[in-house]
Design a protein around this ligand. Structure first.
Ligand SMILES: [Zn+2]
Length: 348
């Protein structure tokens, strides 16, 4: 189905502009790890609706209007998840606070934002402990996806690969609720890896390769992973991955992975989007900008913001109008089926 004017759905946005009180509360929580008597009460964090409105209207919503995007799938700030800090209880309290703020934003701006959940992951802790928060976000908050951190250690990679049974309790819930996971790491606490310049892109590439090596989607044929930041190095090295799969006697990637793995368009220059749309099947590409995120400047070569990715998707010669509709709207509705249901309920 093609439409004259697609709904522009940005599947990757974080609440990077939350009022300063949020960070101040987190600082207290971290300080109290050394002195539990100082542990802050979540109720002590007070952020008014007006403060939330202002933090969104001046930032994400202003840019969405300027650039012409309609709806953002909105999750807590990725680098703030910092699952490596403290224990499960630390992450649990923090995730609940961050998810609730995204929910409140989605209630204040129901036409422009819908939530995706941060999980209360903690290194070495069974992922099934994340399920109560996951279910609360889906059932009570109407969230349409989750962010799953494949490396809660923050750059030391000591969790099993994503294909391991370790992660299956999360996958069972994802399948049950038909929600996808964006595979998204958080802050790097390994000085070898810059958080957004290497750790994020490494994780994207690593997640894809883990799935290539395994047979996860035989166990979960309807499981869906969104690999952000344009899929890391994957599209650029597509031939390597195809060749490795062949060496490993795996099926062709179209069959082995591409019914389950999707890439976003958070690639911050035209040649990158041209390559992505040339190499990766269009049905696997979802529009996103990760605005306001890691790269906030203006490209002196073009005069436009690097993260104004809609411009590149519009400009690429690799897409027909129908394919462009799929990237902007159709694929997001297919992958985030609960978003589709929510939109249909509004007559969209
Ligand atoms: Zn992100």
């Amino acid at each position: 189905m093609s439409q004259a004017k697609p709904l522009i759905i940005d599947v990757h946005g974080h609440y990077t502009t939350a009022p300063a009180a949020l960070g101040a509360w987190r600082d207290l929580q971290i300080a109290a790890l050394k002195d539990p008597s100082q542990k802050p009460d979540p109720k002590a964090l007070k952020i008014s609706d007006d403060e939330l409105r202002e933090s969104i209207e001046k930032n994400q919503l202003r840019l969405m209007k300027e650039r012409g995007s309609d709806l953002t799938i909105f999750s807590p700030r990725a680098s703030f998840m910092a699952h490596h800090i403290g224990d499960f209880e630390t992450s649990s309290t923090w995730a609940a606070i961050c998810n609730e703020l995204c929910y409140r934003v989605s209630q204040l701006f129901p036409d422009n934002f819908i939530g995706a959940a941060m999980l209360p992951q903690s290194p070495g802790v069974d992922p099934k402990t994340c399920i109560p928060e996951l279910e609360r976000c889906v059932k009570d908050y109407g969230f349409v996806g989750i962010n799953l951190n494949p490396d809660p250690s923050g750059g030391h990679w000591n969790s099993p690969p994503l294909t391991d049974r370790h992660w299956y309790p999360i996958y069972e819930k994802m399948v049950e609720h038909d929600i996808p996971a964006m595979i998204h790491v958080s802050t790097s606490c390994n000085s070898c890896f810059h958080t957004t310049g290497s750790h994020y892109l490494n994780a994207d590439t690593t997640a894809f390769m883990q799935c290539l090596q395994g047979d996860l989607f035989k166990d979960f044929p309807t499981l869906k992973f969104l690999i952000p930041h344009g899929g890391g190095a994957v599209p650029y090295h597509w031939g390597r991955f195809r060749g490795l799969a062949q060496e490993m006697k795996k099926p062709l990637l179209d069959e082995h992975l591409m019914n389950n793995i999707f890439f976003d368009t958070c690639v911050y220059h035209q040649p990158g989007i041209d390559l992505l749309t040339q190499v990766i099947p269009v049905k696997n590409i979802l529009f996103a900008s990760e605005m306001i995120g890691a790269v906030r400047g203006i490209d002196p070569q073009t005069g436009y913001y690097y993260d104004d990715t809609k411009r590149y998707v519009n400009a690429t010669e690799n897409l027909t109008d129908e394919e462009r509709y799929a990237v902007f709207e159709g694929n997001a509705r297919r992958v985030f089926s609960r978003l589709d249901t929510a939109l249909k309920a509004k007559g969209l």
